[in-house]
Design a protein around this ligand. Structure first.
Ligand SMILES: [Ca+2]
Length: 467
């Protein structure tokens, strides 16, 4: 009898030990998504005038995806990355602060949609979000971050009590369910990153997921508190005020990433934390990037490479072999990929694909196509060589060189018929996807006006890049 009791105590201790070991090995996740940052704005993606030392170091230590894609604008990407669902599935096909919705403010991330917050919290992770939500109103729907799986939140409030507030100096925030107004001495991007560092400190002994949808480098163009000299170190003499402010904001954004990475080092968490850095859409059109002799105007709100190609860098020392990745990655893939890496089984369906093997550089099935839906009337599908739009426009845009991937030269419709047919079939299938259910309505930003604006921007881009 005594022997049996000792045996079961020993077995129990072994099981407990195994559980604690498994718990200790579960990686933390720090996911950072900059606002309005196309891949071309970072030095590690070829920009020769902006200075980004921290992301350059992270890129050297991790995997750099050269073909990662978002949607062309904020809210659709924010919904897509959180839920793993395409914009036509969430119904969020445009930014959510529509003039038509300013009074009622009924737009929100639909309550029934599960996010990576939900998934990781259910698996026992501590979860936090800080920065920019842009998926609905906190005054009307105060429970949003919590009901979507985040234990703690500190998020910029754009509208409150009829007022409109800055995300930068003197931000107004929604902080763990409370509205807080800060003075000019507070700079939003510093405040949000400090909130997450504090969260990581308090949760360093258990697995956590920290999500930082950053506020930089979205307009208004302004001068961040520091680092002007560093930011200007590679500026060209012909830089205008916009270029100078944009470059300074890029460098400050990079420094905040550096601050978060340093905090992980100081907490001894670097080796057990997967850090991902990406962007929510292309740069704004008033930002011009220079990649050697190649110049590119930001493509935000446009359905093309400049509107949707974003940086994607993943670092996890000892687990993710450093180097470049040329596979296609959609931000819809973030949720299933993160869940797979954390060994959390997904109990619901998503559009995204588990591409953890691309991060880990192991064999697996890659994503063949990147499909996109925008504004309720714009669609395209891309593979590594071609892009086909719903209105028949067909582009040969091989990803090997900037000059070709960003090209806006429409192909002769008679060319590459086989590739075109193949893409058409995939596009038709993608366009059949509709909202998860009809119980909610998203008021769009103004479909018609923005649709034409997009077309206009495409025209401008075409002539700009021809020069
Ligand atoms: Ca954005």
């Amino acid at each position: 009898m005594k022997k049996r009791i000792v045996l079961s105590i020993v077995t129990g201790l072994c099981l407990l030990g195994a559980h604690l070991e498994a718990e200790a090995q579960r990686p933390n996740v720090l996911l950072i998504m900059a606002d309005d940052l196309g891949a071309e704005a970072l030095a590690c993606y070829g920009n020769t005038v902006f200075t980004t030392p921290n992301l350059d170091r992270m890129e050297k230590e991790g995997a750099r995806f050269d073909n990662a894609y978002s949607t062309p604008v904020c809210s659709p990407t924010r919904a897509m990355i959180l839920t793993g669902l395409y914009p036509n599935r969430t119904g969020i096909l445009e930014r959510l602060d529509s003039p038509d919705d300013r009074k009622e403010r009924t737009n929100r991330l639909p309550a029934h949609l599960k996010t990576f917050g939900t998934v990781f919290k259910s698996a026992g992770y501590a979860t936090a979000i800080a920065g920019k939500w842009h998926l609905g109103d906190f005054q009307k729907y105060p429970d949003q971050p919590a009901s979507h799986g985040f234990d703690e939140h500190c998020l910029w409030v754009q509208y409150f009590d009829g007022g409109r507030h800055s995300r930068y100096y003197a931000p107004h925030n929604w902080e763990d369910g409370e509205y807080r107004e800060h003075g000019e001495e507070v700079y939003g991007p510093d405040y949000y990153s400090d909130f997450l560092i504090d969260f990581m400190k308090r949760n360093k002994d258990k697995p956590f997921l920290a999500y930082y949808p950053m506020n930089l480098i979205h307009g208004p163009l302004h001068e961040p508190p520091e680092l002007k000299e560093l930011a200007e170190s590679k500026f060209s003499d012909d830089f205008g005020n916009n270029d100078r402010a944009a470059g300074h904001m890029v460098t400050y954004m990079d420094a905040i990433v550096g601050k978060l990475l340093k905090a992980l080092d100081e907490l001894g968490l670097t080796d057990n934390t997967l850090v991902i850095f990406t962007g929510d859409n292309g740069c704004a059109p008033n930002i011009q990037s220079r990649l050697g002799d190649f110049r590119l105007r930001g493509g935000k709100r446009t359905m093309n490479e400049a509107g949707t190609r974003v940086p994607f860098i993943a670092r996890w020392p000892g687990k993710i072999p450093p180097g470049t990745r040329d596979q296609i990655f959609s931000l819809a893939d973030v949720l299933p990929t993160l869940a797979s890496i954390a060994d959390i089984p997904l109990a619901h369906k998503v559009d995204g694909i588990d591409l953890s093997h691309n991060l880990l550089d192991t064999p697996g099935k890659d994503r063949e196509y990147y499909p996109m839906a925008f504004e309720g009337g714009c669609w395209f599908i891309r593979d590594k060589r071609f892009r086909l739009h719903e209105d028949g426009r067909f582009y040969e845009v091989p990803v090997g060189r900037n000059e070709t991937r960003y090209s806006m030269d429409v192909l002769d419709p008679g060319l590459h018929a086989e590739s075109r047919d193949r893409l058409q079939k995939q596009l038709d299938r993608f366009m059949e996807i509709t909202k998860t259910d009809d119980s909610y309505t998203i008021i769009p930003f103004g479909v018609k006006g923005d649709f034409f604006k997009t077309k206009q921007l495409e025209k401008e881009r075409s002539s700009f890049n021809d020069r």
